[in-house]
Every structure is written in structure tokens, then in C-alpha cells.
Ligand binder design. Sequence first.
Ligand code: SF4
Length: 492
Amino acid sequence: MNKSSESISYSTIHTSPDHEDDKFHEECGVVGVWTTQDAASLTALGLHALQHRGQEATGIVTYDGNFHIHRGLGLVGEVFADPQVIAKLPGGIAIGHNRYATTGATQLRNVQPLYGDFEFGGFAVAHNGNLTNAQLLRQSLVRRGCLFQSSTDSEVFIHLIAISLYSNVIDRFIDALKQVQGAYSLVALSKDMLIAARDPLGVRPLILGKLNQNKEKECWVVASETCALSSMGAEFVRDIEPGEVIIINDEGIRSIKPFHNISHRFCIFEYVYFARPDSIIENKSVYIARQKIGAELALENPVEADIVVPVPDSGVPAALGYAKASNIPFELGIIRSHYIGRTFIEPTDQIRNLGVKLKHSTNGSILKDKRVILIDDSIVRGTTSKKIVEMVRAAGAAEVHLRIASPPTRFSCYYGIDTPSKEKLLAHTHDIDEMCKLIGADSLGFISCNGLYKALEEKERNNEKPQYCDACFTGDYPIQLTDHDMNLTQNK
Ligand code: SF4
């Protein structure tokens, strides 16, 4: 049996303004490295580039004959700031994970990668996504004597692998995948292989890259998004396909497709907001996709105005697209502070409103007496939009027309995005006119669902066989919501 060593670090931070702002939030990012001297450092660099996918906790597991684990609460730059921490993670292979907590304080026991000692040796797994039958599986596993260490849905992978009747690691891993429902992009590490896998619909992203540093030996990386590659000095090879399992070991790299071929349903919201704009997903630049969304929004929702102003940072590419398409000047009428740091504030509505003031300030000389088109990526509760419209008016704007680069978010996500219950989504309980009144804008317009598909180079949404997951806009959930339907999870 291999030995394992684990170190932990705690930060005193429990929530951040980014965590509590009025947005949907990506819940996780993952990285895997095979095999190079600096696997832990490279993994930390990759995780740093994926910080937007999870800011509450992070962890790395490496292997050099023994497994080494370091997990902590906080940002990558905090948890891995001390060179001694990386020095205690030797080995040429590694996986890492960034986590975004859905509720309350993040608990260390929920921080990934998760690790278990099995009869075949140690095994670590890191998961981006959310399983929709995790509670049902958990109940059955507990009845069979499995002792869960955490409250995260991802732990079912560890127990399903442990009790699998197959003898080798890959068969056990695939056996586990075949029992789970939901969205997953996974990286896993055993003593002699790195595994990466994407759920059959490919809801969350996962890509394969190659390191250039070693001419004699092939060194591979796996990451949630391509933006991690340049930080790691790696080149993009390809997207890992939906339903694909990739195995990397001393014999090379191979691909297995253990599932029946079904229509893919990548998360359309990754293009709107979650992914970093410099990432390329399915051969599409996220930045250019956002500009096209802005252009389509301008076509569908024109209005006479003097300037187009983004709500920074996420509204910027769509605002550029809107400005170009409408021939109205783009101006930075709102400035976002990047230095407000993290705070201990509790997530009350009152504090959320205060957070907006801390994060954004108006550029009065640009806004005064202007008819302003404000561009944002989405409206969740509406608290941020209301505050920003008030701020722009207070800065002297003559009119404020709010345009949103996604359709109204009427439904919760169950596939790895932190969303409020649907009753708290402004668009679930109000029509567009009511929303406009509540927010206090002169007019409000959203891109249509078909417009969003058009911006992504589809003719329109194929209602028989939709090309993307768009359930938070349409309520058309592509993967069964078993726990939810059985009332085994908090209702959304
Ligand atoms: S429900 Fe929305 S956020 Fe969730 S995976 Fe589908 S498109 Fe993405």
C-alpha cells in the first residue's frame, strides 16, 4: 500500500464580495499534469488561471511513489503562497481543484481533490459539475456501510470505485461513471495513471494540452479551460469529447468511449459569462462569441442613445459588440475596483447592495446628460442591476436603457452552477415590464434564446434536439433531476 501525506491550510476567509454578488457562479475548475518535474507548481499555475471558476478553496495531490496532498481554504495565491507548501508536493504527476462553495462557510472536508486508499492503492479525484442523483446514491452507499467524510456530491465517485466488483482501476472508474447522473468534468490520479473524463452530454468544459519543455518525453496537461494553458507553458491539443475517458500513463495516451453516443449539450452560459474571455471552447473564442452576442442584442433590442456602457468586467465584450453593431460610441462609464479585497461580510441583501458600491463607481464626466445603454451579462436577483442603474442616474445620465446579453434566467441550474432557488430569480416571478420598473431603467431588453444561438453560429435553437444546455432560460433540463424529483435535495 502506498503511503500518503496530507497538509492543510486555513485562511480566515469565509466569503468574498465576488462570492456574494448578484451572479450565477461557476462551482469548480480542475487541472491535471502528467509528467514533469514541477507538476505541483504547474498545477498551481493552472489553478491560478482558473481562479474565476472557484475562489473559496483549492487543493493539489501529487504522486512520487507516495501520495502528497495539500488542501486549503482561500485563493490559490494564498493557499500555495509559501514555497514550502509546493516543496512538500513532490512528484511528476498531479491533479488540482478550485472550489466555489454553494452555501455558508466552506468546510475543509469538502475541499478537493478527494483522496481514498483502496486495495489497488491510493486514488484522488477532482470534479467540476454537479451530480443529480448523488443523494440517492449516497443513501444506498451508506446502507451498504460506506462512511462519507464530506457533504460534497463528488464523494460518491470514491465510494462507487471502492465497492466496484471490477478488478482494475479503469474498469472501476468507468463502472462508477455509469452509475452517476449529472454533469462532470473529472481529473483523477492513481499511482500509475492520470485519468480525465467528461459526462456524456459534455455539460462542463475540459481540454487536453501538451507541455513543450521535455523533448524526450510526452508531458500532458488537462484543464477546465484553455486559459490555463499559457500560464502552464502548454499548447492546446483538443477538447476532451463529451463521454470520453482519457487515460495517460507510461505507455502513452489513449481514449475510451464507454457511453452510447447521445446529443451533446454544452452549457451555453459558459459562453455568456462563466468562462474566461481568452478561452477557446469548441473552437470558438469566448471573447468573440460575447461580442457576437452583443451585436445580436443590438439587432434585437435597438434604442436611440449617446453611449454604450458595459457593467464591468463581464459586460465588456458584449458592450463592444453592441456598440459596433449599433454605431454608438463605447465608453467606460463605470469603473470597477479590483482592489477591494475579500471581507468577512455576511451575505445579507443589504450587504450585497453595499458590495456593488464598493466594486463599481461611476465615471461622471462620461455619463452626465447622456442617454446611456448599459450592457450586463445577466440578471439574477436584480439587486445589482437596480443599484447600478441608480448609480448611473445619480451620475447625471439623462436616460438609462439596460440591455442583457442572455435571455431571462427563470430557472435554477443543477449542473454545477451556484444559483438561488428559482423563486429568488427576478425573471421567474416578474415579466420584463415589471422587472424594468423594479430595476428603475427607462427600458429593459434581453437577447432572445434564438438570438443567443445565432450568435454562437447556429441558425436557431433546434427545439427537437437543442444544441446546448439552456435550462436556466428554458426550463428544458437535459439530464434527469433525480434527487430533486424525489425531494432528496434542497428544492430550487
Ligand atoms: S442550466 Fe444554465 S448554467 Fe446550468 S448548465 Fe444549463 S445552461 Fe449552464
